[in-house]
Design a protein around this ligand. Structure first.
Ligand code: NOJ
Length: 738
């Protein structure tokens, strides 16, 4: 049966113990006393008691008892539970979920295998006022029988198939499924969805109702070759990612961008596509993608691919055909020109990776254009057949379940029809851009990129994407915010990365001003500090602890302006550049300009100390980057003062503030005082000391719900009073409703 999507859910049915109410310890204590009295081992009890009515457990453990004796024994067990409420509280996120359900106007009920009295006392102890409670006394059988859920749905006046059942135990999930509902399992329990806690579920429900689900989302870039290897070949793959999804969920990620996974000779590690419609076997093949999408979607994660259509691989069948003869029907898929009079390339355009952007095809005697490697010929976007082919590629993957695309070199594609020379910049006036060859930075790129007709292509893709509810985020290297905003205006790309922070050295006031100016230019931008093409943020911002603290401060600053905030893999660990000896260089750019090599940002993800770093059981394709144990996810996960812990706290606070409507939809209103970057958006105020000296003492105008330097501060445990912000310390305050 096809279950409804989260966005179509019309009511929510919540189990009580372990789901809505944190009562596991109390339940276990009661069973332990009962087991002692009944002469049964506690382990035998706990193996079956969870999520089913007490009398069922008693009957199974003591099969010789008659019905009356079972009822009496279960009654005794319940009596023990009525009395012991010492540590019964609402489960994490329960109140947030209830608030969100109210805001969304979604009816809800508690469906529990406890009896009426127990449900009453437990919910009261947890401070939860449930509009409807269905207990074991309302049904003839308990879970895993579906009757309780069906009854609750009936009383709410909602078709059970449009209910979401939330459970922390497998029998409850089975009962929910049997009732025809969509199911969500908590923590280790697999339902149609799997969520770590109720706060997460609240956000998923909230987001599922928004057409623009990507707005204010947290994105995460997976650089596929280096994230997780699952088969020991030293090369990351899709099954590896599936194994690490819980890391992303715990981090608070909503949206994952996978760098290219389609068939490629890997000259540029996937950015040279030889077959747009198949997954490269080195990444696990087509089946691995299906598995990954299933696992990711079950956790409420969206997954986008990487659309690389400025160029193909020279091994793509289109190019193989195109170069076979001047009259081949595919010839016009690419840009061919005769040599300049007197010989040589047709114009002065340069490749990003060094040397002229033209390569001579000996057989046909013409040059073809390649703005990247010679093995990456540029497509001719003035040929309508190219646009048709790319529409079909988009349709293919969106129908397969991808949630959208990051668009590679989105502002390139079309070139000036006459292919004129680009003007040269004066020596010393080079473009401030890393990850490209010097000769490329010496030109004013008037004719090879950023042609105005590129917008029509984006508009065309947008129509395809919108039919699928999919998201398109562009790689547009335009640092001037108003010029960048033109790429996301109207019905163009949904969003675009803004690389101002990536290209900026540490210049705190400029960073703050630039960020807020960009946010004012468009509420739809995507905020990044790094990616696989640039040195890592912690290194750029000064390295070591200082670089990490600055990067965390910036993340706090980025997190509450309108738009999507992104982490590049490893940024959550505060990773600096990895060390790659020259003889292991893998980036094509390294050959032309070793100083610009992108390898340092691409070394394997350090999951745990030891050989292979938990990334691979084999020899990694790039060296491990010389990571210390403290850089690894495993070590940081165990420490409450780690970079990872701080990023998780920050994103959790952000999630809660968004889900409760505290952030609002308005703009960020800037302020600055004494070196402290400061802005307000809705009820939220962000303060970051971007300077390197302690700030002046400040009376907080509202309680802090996040403090980068104090793990004990959270929305559930806010802190008021006065502070003197340490260098790079970040606070998020929550004002009352205004
Ligand atoms: C941008 C990608 O991020 C980069 O890695 C690649 O080399 C170029 N586009 C060419 O596709």
């Amino acid at each position: 049966m096809n279950r409804v999507e989260l966005r179509d859910v019309a009511a929510v049915l919540l189990d009580m113990d372990g789901t809505l109410v944190d009562s596991d310890a109390a339940v276990e204590r009661a069973w332990s006393i009962w087991a002692g009295e009944a002469g049964v081992g506690l382990d035998a009890v706990l193996a079956i008691a969870h999520g089913v009515p007490a009398h069922q457990t008693v009957a199974r453990l003591l099969p010789h008892l008659d019905a009356a004796a079972v009822a009496a024994s279960a009654g005794r067990q319940l009596a023990l539970q009525y009395e012991d409420l010492s540590d019964v509280v609402a489960a994490p996120g329960a109140h947030l979920l209830i608030d969100v359900l109210a805001r969304l106007g979604l009816p809800w009920a508690v469906v529990t295998s406890a009896d009426r009295r127990l449900a009453g006392v437990r919910l009261r102890a947890a401070g939860i006022d449930a509009p409807l409670v269905v207990t074991s006394q309302d049904v003839t059988a308990g879970k895993p029988d579906p009757e309780g859920f069906a009854l609750a749905a009936r009383r709410l006046g909602v078709d059970p198939a449009r209910c979401l059942v939330v459970e922390d135990a497998a029998p409850g999930v089975a009962a929910g499924r049997a009732a025809g509902a969509l199911t969500a399992g908590l923590r280790e329990v697999a339902g149609d969805l799997r969520v770590p806690d109720l706060a997460h579920l609240a956000q998923l429900l909230d987001r599922s109702r928004q057409r623009e689900w990507w707005r204010d989302a947290v994105g995460y870039q997976v650089y596929l070759p280096s994230f997780q290897d699952s088969d020991g070949d030293g090369w990351g793959d899709l099954r590896g990612i599936a194994r690490r999804l819980d890391h992303l969920v715990e981090l608070g990620v909503d949206l994952v961008w996978l760098t290219p996974f389609t068939v490629s000779p890997m000259r540029d590690h996937g950015y040279d596509v030889a077959d747009y419609l198949r997954v490269d076997p080195r990444f696990g093949g087509d089946g691995a993608l299906d598995e990954l999408l299933r696992e990711a979607h079950a956790r409420g994660l969206r997954v986008i691919g990487d659309l690389v259509v400025n160029h193909t691989s020279d091994q793509h069948p289109w190019f193989v055909a195109a170069r076979s003869s001047r009259s081949d029907p595919h010839r016009d898929y690419y840009l061919w020109r005769d040599p300049a009079p007197g010989g040589g390339p047709p114009n002065n355009w340069q490749s990003h990776f060094g040397g002229p952007a033209w390569a001579l095809d000996q057989r046909t005697g013409q040059y073809y254009l390649h703005l990247f490697c010679p093995e990456q010929p540029d497509l001719n976007w003035r040929n309508p057949a190219v646009a048709d082919q790319v529409d079909a590629i988009l349709e293919h993957w969106l129908a397969r379940g991808l949630d959208g695309f990051r668009v590679d070199t989105a502002a390139y594609l079309v070139k000036h029809p006459d292919l004129p020379d680009n003007p040269l910049l004066d020596e010393g006036e080079e473009l401030a851009m890393s990850g490209v060859a010097h000769e490329w930075r010496r030109q004013h790129h008037l004719y090879d990129i950023h042609q105005p007709d590129v917008h029509a292509i984006h508009e065309r893709w947008r129509r395809v994407a919108d039919r699928h509810g999919a998201f398109l985020v562009g790689e547009v290297y335009v640092l001037d915010p108003p010029a960048l905003a033109a790429y996301v205006d109207g019905e163009r790309l949904h969003s675009s990365f803004w690389f101002g922070l990536v290209e900026s050295d540490w210049d705190p006031h400029r960073i703050h001003d630039m960020l807020l100016a960009a946010a004012q230019a468009s509420p739809r931008l995507s905020w990044v500090q790094g990616n696989h093409d640039r040195p890592r943020a912690a290194s750029r911002y000064g390295g070591g602890d200082l670089g990490r603290r600055r990067s965390l401060g910036l993340l706090a600053l980025m997190s509450f302006v309108p738009g999507t905030v992104w982490l590049y893999q490893g940024e959550e660990l505060g990773l600096e550049n990895g060390v790659v000896p020259a003889d292991r260089a893998a980036d094509p750019l390294a050959a032309a300009e070793p100083g610009q090599s992108r390898d340092a940002a691409r070394t394997p993800m350090p999951w745990q100390p030891g050989p292979g770093l938990g990334f691979t059981a084999g020899r990694p394709w790039l060296p491990d980057g010389e990571r210390a144990p403290g850089d690894t996810a495993a070590v940081q996960r165990a420490r409450s003062d780690s970079h990872l812990a701080a990023v998780r706290r920050l994103l959790a606070a952000r999630r809660e503030l968004l889900a409760t409507g505290a952030v609002g939809s308005g703009p960020a209103v800037p302020a600055r005082e004494d070196g402290v970057a400061r802005y307000r958006r809705g009820q939220v105020e962000v303060l970051v000391n971007l300077g390197d000296r302690p700030a002046a003492r400040l009376e907080l105008p509202a309680p802090a719900v996040f403090d980068s330097d104090d793990p004990s501060v959270s929305p559930a445990s806010p802190r008021a009073g006065a502070v003197r912000l340490a260098p790079q310390q970040a606070l998020i305050l929550r004002h009352g409703r205004s």
